[in-house]
Ligand binder design. Structure first.
Ligand code: NDP
Length: 448
């Protein structure tokens, strides 16, 4: 391992996810740093790996039984070289500083790739909204925002949703911010359409992912029409990825949640997707109920296996849309054996490093999340622009901009990868293009 990585890892002990993300980026930008000594002299990579600010706070609230509950709250303000901090809030019991630092680090490069002026940030809590009443979620969100509101602002830091934070949570947090600060500003994105939200924002990450995959296939004179697709997750990203796949003539056959997965050999049709969306978004149910309703589907509960059988089914394309590290080396081999030729990440860092190596060696067309799932934050950027200007664009206008941004990110990754003699390598291209943009801004702004 390089001295630089050793120093960073020693400075951030016991943070495996953060180390994994830093390692993955460094591996591909090392040659850029070697070629341009100015980045080395200014210790740009070391500075990018250290959050500008990490806020940690207590969140206390009262549950429906009148019991006091205590959770941890965080905001990682990672890098503001090219714009206000921007990145989601995650509410999940697995949330730790390591997870949020990896997400905030990834967000630096992702936001740079969108071409919009947004820095990198991420935040969240170990609070689990699952099985909580609306009243409990509201009281938690209000308490969380009572502290977070001191550190954010529409020109400072603009959080959005992520795992466990959807329209309901954004609404409660926006209401709390407005009451505390006595101002109505675009301090959060993912807002409802009647109060400052952008059309297409709910769809944006999933749609953007599939637009990116379309571009990857178009490069090879191919399309999504007729392709059998494995999708994991059943939340915001998975739902709209499936919707767009159906619109483009593909056949999605799987979805999952943290308890297990569904394999529907006949394909998840528009009607079945509507059922799934109501089940997950309104009833807050479990996907096992999909198999109770549709006999063509089989439900597989999670087992203590060394691989996830979801990735063993025969398919052409794979779209992991649940969470980090959901595809290991064995899963990668199963994907290859099952015929998968394209994998584009909807989730952040769902593919482990050794799995990426295996997939790319086998010629699988691989797109990292920081490029392929950037449609969500890009459309959040468009929401910010609409909030600043007080004007609102039509559905088609936002969707066209999203399509244009995803095409530009795709082309930008290829340009950067080719410039460094790496051919078609979206992983290296995304890291290099994102790094250079932020590094140049940091150089211009001096040693701060
Ligand atoms: P949601 O909360 O809407 O859905 C998350 C889905 O993943 C659920 O099906 C959930 O299952 C499942 N899941 C969560 N944690 C685990 C776990 N530890 N093991 C197995 N399954 C799990 O989140 P999103 O759809 O918004 O986010 C999904 C991924 O996409 C995340 O990696 C997120 O960072 C990334 N992303 C999201 C963006 C957005 O705009 N929302 C933008 C860019 C990236 P269950 O219902 O059981 O919890």
């Amino acid at each position: 391992m390089s001295d630089l990585l050793t120093t960073i890892f020693n400075r951030n002990p016991n943070e495996p996810e953060f180390h994994q993300a830093v390692d993955e980026v460094y591996e591909t930008v090392e040659k850029v740093i070697e070629k341009h000594p100015k980045y080395k002299q200014a210790k740009i990579f070391e500075r990018m790996s250290e959050p500008e600010r990490l806020i940690s706070f207590r969140v206390t609230w009262v549950d429906d039984n009148g019991e006091v509950q205590v959770n941890k709250g965080y905001r990682v303000q990672m890098n503001s070289a090219i714009g206000p901090y921007k990145g989601g809030l995650r509410f999940h019991p697995s949330v730790t500083p390591s997870i949020l630092k990896f997400l905030a680090f990834e967000q630096i490069f992702k936001n740079a790739l969108t071409g919009l002026p947004m820095g990198g940030g991420k935040g969240g809590s170990d609070f689990d909204p699952k099985s909580k009443s609306d009243g409990e979620v509201m009281r938690f969100c209000q308490s969380f925002m009572a502290e977070l509101s001191k550190h954010i602002g529409h020109r400072i830091d603009v959080p959005a949703g992520d795992i466990g934070v959807g329209g309901r949570e954004i609404g409660f947090m926006f209401g709390a911010y407005k009451k505390i600060q006595n101002e109505f500003t675009g301090v959060l994105t993912g807002k409802g359409q009647g109060w400052g939200g952008s059309l297409i924002r709910p769809e944006a990450t999933g749609y953007g992912l599939i637009y990116f995959a379309q571009n990857m296939l178009a490069e090879k004179k191919d399309s999504l029409n007729g392709k059998v697709c494995l999708v994991s997750g059943s939340g915001n990203v998975a739902q709209y990825a499936i919707k767009k796949l159906l619109l483009l003539g593909a056949k999605p056959v799987t979805v999952s949640d943290s308890s297990g997965y569904i394999y529907d050999e006949d394909g998840i049709s528009a009607e079945k997707l509507n059922f799934l969306m109501e089940l997950k978004n309104e009833k807050r149910g479990r996907i096992s109920e999909y198999a109770d309703k549709f006999k063509s589907a089989k439900y597989f509960a999670n087992s203590k296996s060394d691989h996830n059988p979801l990735w063993s089914h025969k398919a052409d394309c794979a779209f992991p849309c649940a969470t980090q590290n959901e595809i290991n080396a064995k899963d990668a081999k199963n994907l290859i054996a099952g015929g998968v030729k394209l994998l584009a990440e909807g989730a952040n860092m769902p593919t482990m490093s050794d799995a990426i190596t295996i997939l790319m060696k086998a010629g699988v067309n691989y797109a990292p999340g920081k490029a392929s799932n950037a449609g969500g934050v890009a459309t959040s950027g468009l929401e910010m622009v609409q909030n600043y200007g007080g004007i609102y664009w039509s559905r088609d206008e936002v969707d066209d901009r999203l399509k244009g941004i995803m095409k530009e990110i795709h082309d930008c990754c290829l340009r950067a990868s080719k410039e460094y003699g790496l051919g078609t390598n979206y992983q290296a291209g995304a890291n290099i293009a994102g790094f250079v943009k932020v590094a140049d801004a940091m150089l211009a702004q001096g040693i701060i």
